[in-house]
Design a protein around this ligand. Sequence first.
Ligand code: BEZ
Ligand code: FE
Length: 304
Amino acid sequence: MSTINISDDQSKREEELVRAVIASFEKTPDPRLREVMKKLVEHLHNFVRDVRLQESEWGTMIDFLTAVGQITDERRQEFILLSDVLGISMQTVAVSNEASGSATEATVFGPFFVNDAPHIGIGGDITGGAPGQLCWVEGTVRDTQGSPLGGARIEVWEADDDGLYDVQYTDGRVAGRAHLYADSDGKYSFWCLTPTPYPIPDDGPVGALLEATGRSPMRAAHLHFMVTAPNQRRLITHIFVAGDDLLTSDSVFGVKESLIKNFAIQQSDTPTPDGRDVGTTPWSRTRFDIVLAPMASEVLETLS
Ligand code: BEZ
Ligand code: FE
């Protein structure tokens, strides 16, 4: 359906309403708010007119958004989940983090980051006893000129082998997360779990939307990173596992080619980089060299 099948009079009435609503925001003192609200009205009205939205469908939409609000609390943010499955989060990441030379690409933040995760030294272990296959991760943190960013802070977090983050358990455990600092050569390394695929929370209205539209809630296997260093743009990203079947159907559209890494499986008798005894089970290893983009000059000015 579209506006091409309506009479000129009907079309004029509809356009008049759009103009009136846009004009109502003309006196907004904040110029950015003014721009955003006028564009929002323009696009939303285009949507309503384009699909010829019926009143009953408007009601369904209101009920859906009400349910999204009702399930949202300090532990669960269903609005962000909705933004994620609609690709709005990733589009905002793309717009806000325009490519900067060789800088590592960003991806979606997700709801499972926790401030004050435990500190580990280089080569430490983030698993906290969570079930899964051990994985050694190593790499460097550099700026776009190739200089090492010694002391860069690296936050890492991931789900366990059962597809759950520690905060999804009710026993208060802290597992599968930590922070560490790159050494003076910009090098870092740690033990974690080989990432495995898991579903985003799908027992609420967003899950019902995925079900109704024949979409899967599964996320491609990944390990989250947040990396910060003075005068560099904060990087929020993941690395993904090469060969994972879900790379092309990630439920939140987070996969970027440059973030897919080889997690090479090692037999249990292969010596580990730090001499750790992994017992009788295979383990994996990967490398992730991180490049931070310079902070925009206007941000630097406000900080000085
Ligand atoms: C995550 O990767 O943790 C995540 C991202 C978006 C929605 C739900 C979970
Ligand atoms: Fe995740």
